[in-house]
Ligand binder design. Structure first.
Ligand SMILES: *Cc1c(COP(=O)(O)O)cnc(C)c1O
Length: 809
């Protein structure tokens, strides 16, 4: 839709008056942001209604993407860009003496996710809307998102993320669409009309209230919905005006128990934590989501046994896999469909994405706990498990071990990933290597039994946020070279290849990068009062802090360089700025100490004038989507250095590539596919191959101590962790030392060190040849189109969901 500048000015001023009774001159940036956001929301409102009506009237098949996490970041700019009124907004505000940039900064990130998995869900929503695919998000409206990270004395300190403090302009509370979700109590079987039925008694009711957020498609009039559920107590039954004292206390307890369900996002990334509350969170949004799907579906007047023709439910990682049992419960108990028919519908409706092979992240719940919280769901899972085992014993009559391995309930635990696999028609990994590992190793029994269910869908990123929005200068330069077709067809970026050796275009690419580097330097000066040199190489590692991602390897290379520079301050290297951003799970002590180590090394290196400023280390606190958008366009080098086989896909690797950074990487996750796209000359690869890692894990034979003893550089660096030379107590980094030497370096940091140092040397050499370097940058941008999440979503749509684009005119 189009809105002219004068209309925006008028609407904005009117909004400031109606919301805050303020004039432009007196309003704070927060109020101005809220007024503008509210105006933008108004502009998308009509299309939001139209889209919803269009989908139901046309009876389009809809997909519901169930995810515990949606890491949306800020929405003002992406909504303005997707509506298509960026220039108009900018100049309307300019007339009023306001910079759109300043209002952008007033928006709190919606940080309802930990990292890659949550950001993927957000990119997918953007792609579904932009492709006109009827796609809905379903999740939890956490009162507190991922914690805010402060760095105090080099340590991570967690502060609650009160993102709703000033309200959330984008959401609409839909009280009349609330549903009830039931926890605890007992299940009593009884007979009625010749049918075994179950009544659920003495349960604790929780009201799930939906808050809807518009997901605006790019220039296509489509506005999809993200529905986030909030847990509220039932009113009436436990009335606060109750006279009896005992009742009152119970009522207060009940209220806070209920509200705890949507209170806070669990701050773990691939680390299994939390227990009862997490099970409750999962069932809460899954049950609310499925109930609301069924209610909407029934309004279409199509018989319930055709649900799978009109609805696809996607399970984003194991977290929402209780959806399989919940849909069975509704079909069998409430719709009174036979078990077999309900199972056919359920498995045809559900699809599951696996996100990790890290064993600690495959959720298992103790039967005793689960059964108390969800007694009827437990019975259903038991029945699914019983029938599945029966099926297996027909197929593998003499292989009780295999049956045990594959069972859903085993050794007193419920294996949620198994439930998801058995209950879905599609199981996918998130990069080619990851899917192969699932098929051959982690899930090989299931692949053997259900080969047709397994497929790969390599992750992607929305090029609208990560290129058009985050890097407008680059985006405009691309337009000027190859036109704008790439915006709708990101693989068209390939046409940039014909400019890869064009010296004029190269220098323009270099100029855009340099400009972005100055912008980031200014931001860092402003926020942290540190000077960084825009002529240095910006070498960036931003991602969750986890041992497998190997920030430690990066630090070791920095220490190695530092020691070399101490000996030879005139060493001929391009100055480098090493930039880190990472949150560690609050309970993950090793990870938090690695943060302290990075800051300790930063203090040491940055304050040592003898190395003539050749290297600097910066840790940017509170890494989040809006910070990523500032860093990535300015990056020269993208650090993707996980232990091979451990990073399922990675998505920041794609964001960097699209912004013209050169990747230094192990052959892990989607790095492999990035290498296939850009070719060997445009990426720097190092480290062990997948089979080498797998061999070590299988057969042992790795001795971290040998590497430590036999490489003098490593001896010195590892000793520095405990000999006080980093100016901290010698016990500070003992845990890191132990993980390497006494626990034999599970992630092969010492094993890959030499290879990594050499690869960093190659980066230095390549950068010195600026013509070659610019060519590499262009090749990376040109070949990044396949990693647009539009591409990924089209594959899901065609091969998994059977949904189609439904354009609203
Ligand atoms: C893209 C993104 C991630 C994922 O990064 P990886 O390097 O792929 O782990 C995590 N956090 C934020 C804020 C992101 O934007």
């Amino acid at each position: 839709m189009y809105v002219d500048k004068e209309t925006i000015k008028r609407d904005f001023k009117k909004k400031l008056t109606s919301m805050f009774a303020e004039e432009v001159e007196e309003a704070s940036n927060i109020h101005k942001y809220q007024a503008l956001a509210s105006v933008i929301k108004d502009y998308s409102a009509e299309n939001w209604m139209k889209t919803r009506k269009h989908y139901t009237e046309k009876r389009e098949k809809q997909v519901y993407y169930f995810s515990m996490e949606f890491l949306l970041g800020r929405l003002l700019m992406s909504n303005i860009i997707n509506i298509g009124i960026e220039k108009e907004c900018q100049s309307a505000l300019k007339d009023l003496g306001i910079e759109l940039r300043d209002l952008e900064e007033a928006e709190m990130d919606a940080g309802l996710g930990n990292g890659g998995l949550g950001r993927l869900a957000a990119c997918f929503l953007d792609s579904m809307a932009s492709l006109g695919i009827p796609g809905n998000g379903c999740g939890i409206r956490y009162n507190y998102g991922l914690f805010e990270q402060k760095i105090i004395d080099g340590y991570q300190v967690e502060v609650p993320d009160n993102w709703l403090r000033d309200g959330n302009v984008w959401e609409v509370r839909k009280q009349n669409k609330a549903v009830e979700v039931r926890f605890g109590g007992q299940v009593k079987p009884y007979f009625e009309d010749n049918r075994l039925k179950f009544s659920h008694e003495d349960y604790d009711p929780v009201i799930a209230v939906p808050y809807d957020m518009p997901i605006v498609g790019y220039h296509n009039n489509t506005v999809n919905t993200l529905r986030l559920w909030s847990a509220e107590p039932v009113t009436g039954e436990f009335d606060f005006s109750s006279f009896s004292k005992g009742e009152y206390t119970k009522a207060v307890e009940y209220k806070s128990l209920v509200e705890s369900i949507s209170q806070v996002l669990y701050p773990d990334d691939s680390r299994e934590e939390g227990r009862i509350l997490r099970v409750k969170q999962q069932y809460f949004f899954v049950s609310a989501g499925i109930q609301s799907i069924i209610r909407t579906y029934k309004k279409m007047g199509v018989p319930i046994n055709r649900l799978d023709e009109y609805i696809a439910i996607h399970i984003n990682d194991t977290h929402p896999s209780v959806a399989v049992a919940e849909l069975m419960r509704i079909l069998v108990d409430e719709e009174e469909i036979s078990w077999d028919e309900a199972w056919r519908i359920t498995t045809n409706t559900m699809a599951y994405t696996n996100h990790t092979i890290l064993a600690e992240a495959l959720e298992k719940w103790p039967v005793e706990m689960f059964k108390k919280i969800l007694p009827r769901i437990y019975m259903i899972i038991e029945e699914i498990d019983r029938r599945f085992r029966e099926e297996l014993s027909r197929r593998y009559p003499n292989d009780s071990n295999r049956i045990r391995r594959m069972a859903i309930i085993r050794d007193g635990s419920i294996h949620m990933a198994h439930l998801a696999i058995v209950g879905s028609h599609s199981v996918n990994g998130v990069a080619k290597l990851h899917t192969e590992i699932l098929k051959k190793q982690e899930l090989s029994d299931f692949y053997n039994y259900y080969p047709y269910k397994f497929n790969n869908k390599t992750n992607g990123i929305t090029h609208r946020r990560w290129l058009i929005q985050a890097n407008p200068e680059l985006s405009n330069l691309i337009d000027s070279a190859i036109g704008t077709k790439w915006i709708y067809m990101p693989t068209e970026l390939r046409r940039l290849m014909s400019y890869s050796k064009d010296r004029i275009f190269q220098s323009k690419i270099g100029a855009v990068k340099y400009h972005n580097k100055i912008k980031l330097a200014n931001y860092i000066k402003d926020k942290y009062d540190i000077d960084i040199d825009p002529n240095s190489i910006y070498d960036v590692q931003i991602k969750r802090l986890h041992a497998y991602k190997r920030q430690l390897l990066n630090v070791f290379n920095i220490l190695n360089l530092y020691y070399q520079l101490k000996e030879n301050p005139d060493m001929d290297i391009v100055p480098r700025t090493f930039i880190f951003g990472a949150k560690a799970s609050p309970s993950y002590y090793l990870a938090k100490q690695i943060i302290k180590l990075i800051n300790t090394v930063a203090a040491k290196v940055n304050n040592d004038i003898s190395i003539k400023g050749k290297i600097k280390v910066i840790f940017l606190a509170n890494y989040r989507v809006s910070l990523a958008e500032k860093i990535i366009p300015a990056a020269d080098v993208s650090e993707q250095i996980s232990t091979t086989t451990k990073e399922a896909s990675g998505t920041s690797n794609m964001k960097f590539m699209m912004n013209g950074a050169v990747t230094i990487a192990t052959l892990d996750g989607a790095n492999i596919e990035i290498k296939e796209e850009v070719g060997d000359d445009n990426i720097v690869i190092f480290g062990m191959k997948d089979y080498e890692v797998i061999n070590y894990y299988k057969n042992g034979g790795y001795s971290a101590r040998d590497f430590y003893n036999n490489d003098a550089r490593l001896t010195r660096i590892v000793n520095a962790l405990i000999d006080g030379s980093l100016n901290v107590s010698s016990s500070e980094f003992k845990i890191i030392y132990d993980s390497l030497i006494n626990h034999n370096d599970e992630y092969f940091v010492l094993r890959d060190f030499d290879s990594y140092v050499k690869a960093q040397g190659r980066i230095d050499e390549l950068y010195k040849d600026s013509v070659k370097w610019e060519e590499m940058c262009i090749c990376n941008i040109a070949n990044s189109g396949v990693f647009s999440s539009d591409n990924t979503i089209l594959q899901y749509s065609k091969e998994v969901w059977n949904t189609k684009s439904s354009l609203i005119l």
